[in-house]
Design a protein around this ligand. Sequence first.
Ligand SMILES: O=C(CO)[C@H](O)[C@H](O)COP(=O)(O)O
Length: 262
Amino acid sequence: MSQELSPIDKAKFVAAKRAVDFVEDGMRVGLGTGSTAAWMVRCLGELVRDDGLKIRGVPTSTRTAELARGVGIEVITLDEAKWLDLTIDGADEFDADLNLIKGGGGALLQEKIVATASDQMVVIADIGKEVETLGAFPLPVEVIPFGWQTTKSLIEELLISMDVLGREARLRMNGASPFVTDEGNYILDLHLGRIGNAQQLSLAMNQMPGVVENGLFIDICDVVVLGYGDGRVETRDINQGTVAEDRLDFLESDNLFTDMSD
Ligand SMILES: O=C(CO)[C@H](O)[C@H](O)COP(=O)(O)O
């Protein structure tokens, strides 16, 4: 039986549903992480099951790998795939140049490696993710557990030297313990407010010995598929601007609604 989705879930769902149109038979596809990406994985699973779509998926986290296998997608490693035709993933923020903040779900490292190893990155997002300037969403930075407090201090010093507005770095927690990524690292969430020069900040942070990767995705995303709560979907291409707008009106009848868990 179908369930009523919130407007935000409808927006995520329609973006995901539209984005799987980019997937063609035989493709090697990077599978993102998060609640929007989970809809996309379910939509792909439906195409594999019902339409005989043949793809191989490279997941960006253990939870996406489990979901993908569960819906019948053949899962391979990035080393097996070597290169990908397409990656579809969510984002926490995107700006007019399709630069992103990612890592709200803690999977930014694998997500960045997979997206960078793809001919095309398609981001799926609800309208709440669009910003004029990146930075309202806390920027996740993956750090090595060894000496993480020293790394945190160095990052805070860097933020001061770069005149970044907010300078607070918080260790991400999972209950009483630090959150640990799939790669065994910690995450520092940087509360910056506004990031003036995202590229410069990204490069400077990645030069620090304890930093593994940060959640700024600069010049990586090619297309954003933007979903609205009323079923409208807009496709924005980095080179061509808005290339398509329409409305998906199958919401209530879609049998994917029976499984809503991420
Ligand atoms: O970067 C991510 C995970 O590391 C997600 O794509 C991002 O957090 C968006 O998540 P959601 O689709 O649940 O809003």
